[in-house]
Design a protein around this ligand. Structure first.
Ligand SMILES: Cc1cc2nc3c(=O)[nH]c(=O)nc-3n(C[C@H](O)[C@H](O)[C@H](O)COP(=O)(O)OP(=O)(O)OC[C@H]3O[C@@H](n4cnc5c(N)ncnc54)[C@H](O)[C@@H]3O)c2cc1C
Length: 159
């Protein structure tokens, strides 16, 4: 189990291990805004995301239409938050929350203890009860989905 112990490098400012531990799940606009507000505050912050990058979702349609490449809309989370000594970034997928024990379960089997939890995991696409529409109207919320749409569009032009 990970208990929030921090391993900051020598270039990091000291962080008080007794400060409350805030875990933020999701580094989209919501999670990043929360983390930036807590940067340099007397708390220890752990940001967990299943990707190591922050995705600028509003520009995804430009990836889907081949106007931008994926690297244009994704920025490493550590680059965005690296200036805050009290924030660490963990690559991982949260699979559950035990509010009684105050722990977030990760897909690796680890559990991360928290004093305060921010869930900022965004949303999923809804087909309003018509999941059969998914194959003909693909979602566009991730780089993988945008690339799949781009592939379909370019293939259609080739045809
Ligand atoms: C194509 C498109 C265009 C858009 N254009 C606009 C626009 O022009 N203007 C506007 O205001 N809004 C726009 N939106 C809406 C806007 O992108 C969302 O409102 C915004 O991204 C929501 O931010 P969020 O932080 O709540 O979630 P998200 O941005 O979805 O971030 C959620 C984060 O949580 C992570 N995550 C999710 N589940 C887990 C898990 N279990 N474990 C670990 N990490 C997890 C994800 O990897 C992601 O990084 C658009 C949306 C789309 C899809």
């Amino acid at each position: 189990m990970t208990n929030g112990a921090f391993e900051y490098g020598p270039d990091r400012d000291p962080v008080d291990p007794n400060w409350p531990h805030v875990v933020i799940v999701g580094a989209g606009f919501g999670g990043l805004a929360a983390a930036q507000q807590l940067g340099n505050a007397p708390v220890r912050v752990t940001v967990i995301d299943r990707n190591n990058y922050h995705l600028f979702v509003p520009l995804l349609y430009q990836v889907a239409t081949a106007a931008l490449s994926p690297a244009d809309v994704a920025e490493p989370i550590r680059h965005v938050l690296g200036r805050y000594p009290n924030i660490r970034v963990v690559l991982g997928e949260a699979t559950g929350v035990d509010t009684g024990a105050r722990q977030v379960a990760l897909s690796t089997g680890e559990a991360l203890s928290y004093d305060r939890l921010v869930m900022a995991t965004g949303s999923t696409s809804s087909y309003f009860g018509h999941d059969e529409w998914r194959s003909v109207a693909p979602a566009c919320k991730s780089i993988e989905e945008a690339r799949a749409i781009r592939s379909r569009i370019l293939s259609a032009f080739e045809s």
